[in-house]
Design a protein around this ligand. Structure first.
Ligand code: NDP
Ligand code: HSE
Length: 429
């Protein structure tokens, strides 16, 4: 074992940071043996050191001054777990510039500024490891960076947000309402500090951007990604989806198509026969399709204290090995080109549509005309018995280009018999 003690500083000790401390208490000896390295967590930055924590630590380990960690030359590794863009970005940049290795689980930051931070790491012959930023405890960054590098990745399809998957599962399986399910996800530590990032699909989009950067070799402006959250998913849609053999999931899809790259996150009807349909609660699953390997699937706990701590400490172990072996382990990802994405309305999908209509003669004939005019072919139509002269109609289309479907939808909504605000979701193709 290396004699010199390697000191580690941590920024933030909330859900994930507490998991890191707990896992260190449990498995430090094993990590020391496996890395043949002596190390110690010596300082932790928090906002409020007096806040009760569920793990006992000497009060002296806490600081509210980031420079006690970033400017301490005896600290070689920094674990960033405060989240958000600033001040995390500034702290990480300064840490790399002063020759430290950096570990982070911050997807917001890696999606928006990963290229810049990796370049700072490159310039300083250091590295920034970010396995915890996607899929919680699931190994996915290393497989994309190392194991699948010989493949041409065609497609990534995944459930990559634990909070929304937890909410949709509880709504579907326990009839829980949205607010109660979200509250449980927050109590369990799955949700972001600002849960709108989960609910509105941004968290999943950041993870998709990070994976796509590694898989397709491009960096992607988050503003270009089509993002739709789960706010419009109702119990009625969940029940209808079940009736026709589907489950509604928030799915992230990255595809290398003949015309370019397409990235999108939206609620999606997934067939009960598809393996993603049985991914429940905070679990995540990611399919990667390569030209040589075919389809590979990564599955596990996508959020939570200990699962994410497992990924964070695996990254720390890699940094320890670099220091111990005196290997100058700079960034191995190549610099990426900026991608221009194909807009969603040029992509093809099958659509689910649910709306209310007056129950009177001629409504179906008018619908058939509108869809026919836009070459939208229907795969399935359901109409339940009317209530107060109002019929609920659910239909599923065959594959169609989104802009054609939207034109048809506009015309449908403008029919006098059709009520406004239909539910519209895409099916997983
Ligand atoms: P929490 O909100 O639970 O914890 C944040 C911690 O950072 C707290 O200890 C807080 O201090 C500290 N902190 C926040 N801002 C500052 C600041 N400006 N200066 C000093 N300290 C600060 O977050 P999580 O642990 O849930 O998440 C951390 C990171 O990990 C995020 O990037 C998140 O996206 C990511 N992540 C989270 C997962 C999860 O399941 N929760 C899974 C995968 C990744 P104090 O304790 O005093 O309030
Ligand atoms: N809020 C995130 C989620 C945490 O629910 O998936 C894991 O990245």
């Amino acid at each position: 074992m290396g004699k010199d003690l390697i000191k580690v500083g941590m920024l933030g000790m909330g859900t994930v940071g507490s998991g890191v401390v707990e896992l260190l208490k449990r498995n430090s000896d094993q990590i020391k043996e496996k890395t043949e390295t002596a190390f110690a967590l010596t300082k932790i930055l928090v906002r409020d050191p007096s806040r009760p924590r569920n793990i006992e630590l000497a009060q002296e380990i806490f600081t509210t001054n980031p420079d006690d960690i970033i400017e301490d030359p005896s600290i070689s590794i920094i674990i960033e777990l405060i989240g958000g863009i600033e001040p995390a970005r500034d702290y990480i940049r300064r840490a790399l510039q002063s020759g430290k290795y950096v570990i982070t689980a911050n997807k917001d930051l890696m999606a928006a500024h990963g290229e810049e931070l990796l370049s700072t790491a490159r310039e300083n012959k250091r590295n920034i490891f970010y396995e915890g930023s996607v899929g919680g405890g699931i190994p996915i960054i290393r497989p994309l960076r190392h194991s699948l590098v010989a493949d041409q990745v065609k497609r990534i399809v995944g459930i990559v947000n634990g909070t929304t998957n937890y909410i949709l599962t509880r709504m579907a399986q326990d009839n829980l309402n949205f607010e109660d399910a979200l509250c449980q996800a927050q109590k369990l530590g799955f949700a972001e500090a600002d849960p709108s990032s989960d609910i509105e699909g941004r968290d999943a989009a950041y993870k998709l951007i990070i994976m796509s950067g590694l898989a397709f070799g491009f960096y992607i402006d988050p503003g270009q990604v089509y993002i739709e959250g789960i706010g419009k998913v109702t119990r009625e849609d969940i029940d209808y989806a079940r009736e026709i053999g589907y489950v509604i999931k928030l799915v992230a899809i990255g595809e290398q198509l003949p015309d370019g790259l397409a990235l999108r996150v939206h609620p999606t009807l997934v067939s009960h026969e598809h393996p993603l349909a049985s991914v429940s609660n905070e679990f995540n699953a990611i399919f990667v399709e390569g030209d040589a390997v075919g389809e590979v699937m990564f599955y596990g706990r996508g959020a939570g204290s200990l699962p994410t701590a497992s990924a964070v400490l695996a990254d720390m172990a890699e940094a320890l090995r670099c220091i111990r072996r005196q290997a100058v382990n700079g960034v191995i990802e190549g610099a990426k080109k900026q991608a221009s994405l194909i807009p969603i309305d040029k992509l093809k999908s099958c659509f689910y549509l649910r709306f209310l209509a007056d129950d009177r003669p001629g409504v179906f004939a008018a619908l058939a005309n509108v869809f026919g005019d836009e070459q939208v072919s229907l795969d399935m139509v359901i109409q339940k018995r009317r209530v107060n002269n109002t019929a609920e109609i659910v239909l599923v289309t065959h594959m169609v280009v989104e802009e054609a479907f939207n034109r048809a939808l506009e015309k449908v909504i403008s029919l006098p018999a059709i009520r406004p605000n239909p539910s519209k979701f895409r099916l997983l193709g």
